[in-house]
Design a protein around this ligand. Sequence first.
Ligand code: NHO
Length: 363
Amino acid sequence: SAAKQVYIAVIGAGGVGKCFLSQLQALAARKPSPKLSLAYIATSRKALFNDDYSAIDIGSAADSLAGSSKSPLALAQVVDYLAAAPAKAVLVDNTSSQDVAELYPLALSRGISIVTPNKKAFSGSYKLWQDIFSAAASSGAKVYHESSVGAGLPVISTLKDLVETGDKVTKVEGVFSGTMSFLFNSFAPTEGQGGKWSAEVKNAKALGYTEPDPRDDLNGLDVARKLTILARLAGLPVESPTSFPVQSLIPKELESVASGDEFLEKLPAFDQQLEDIKAEAEKEGKVVRFVGSIDVATKNVKVGLEKFDRSHPIAALKGSDNIISFYTERYGSNPLIIQGAGAGGEVTAMGVTGDLIKVVSQI
Ligand code: NHO
């Protein structure tokens, strides 16, 4: 009889998607059983798939996709196609699309498992969150999203283990944005002066650390989405990433300028705002950092600037690293701390590939 197969569909082949494909190729070569068969791959403009589900070569998929003349299937049709496959299927969502995220309850209810770094589904409305996990519970399909917080760092799996083994998480605190980490580690270093705020933002963009429009990092929403996900896993029914205080670092006057480039051009005129905050921290011997925290008992979630002693682990971060501290009953006054690269294609894809391995072993 035929060896056991699992069909894989990949939506999104950008920075993370391409790294995922090369990790998938290596995984398929290392672990021949069950056979991981790439049945569908699409970007927003193109797709590759065969009506008879015959496998697409993983190693050449990204190139073949670029040359494909097929348009992507409508999302509901992707679900139909996978639900009718001759074996179990896993949908890997490597987009940041809200539309794809809203498809998860349907896919899960039809037995298709989901693996994704996309934050949208888990940090949108609380109803979507509930729909996703109740669809999975009733069909037995799996849903894993490790890379939606801290890229490949084991943040979500650790929090789940703490909760499921009966520990009481009292507080979660940390630096959750690679971009914000890089910006403040260079703007307000623990040693030396640091540059002007606007110059650091420009530099971070040039180095590829920011979104194409840096305002998408500076508005705090990316961090708010990550906090929403962790708060919900810790048991707080947070309604949305805008239902708690989030400090934006975009000057009011620049919120509505048309482009990211115009924003960068006008930003130097507002350097004094952050310079004052930095100076105030320095007077207390501290440095300023952009952090998020969840106080489980008081149900307080917040995102914004805070001052830290120079010796605090949050102050001493390097590069674009993330740090996440879990304060729990078992761990007492010394929190469980997870630290390391929190952004980038390879480390984000690692979380996705790791999740896929978990799902494949369970379906
Ligand atoms: P890209 O490079 O824009 O690629 C997106 C792909 O999706 C493209 O191929 C596009 O055609 C396709 N696509 C979009 N909408 C589609 C649709 N409706 N149908 C079909 N295809 C569609 O994006 P990335 O960088 O590869 O990111 C992919 C996902 O990983 C996003 O959800 C992103 O949020 C998530 N992610 C990325 C990173 C990262 O480092 N790149 C991280 C976490 C999650 O931890 C990282 C992070 O948070 C970075 C953050 N900026 C920080 O901390 O500073």
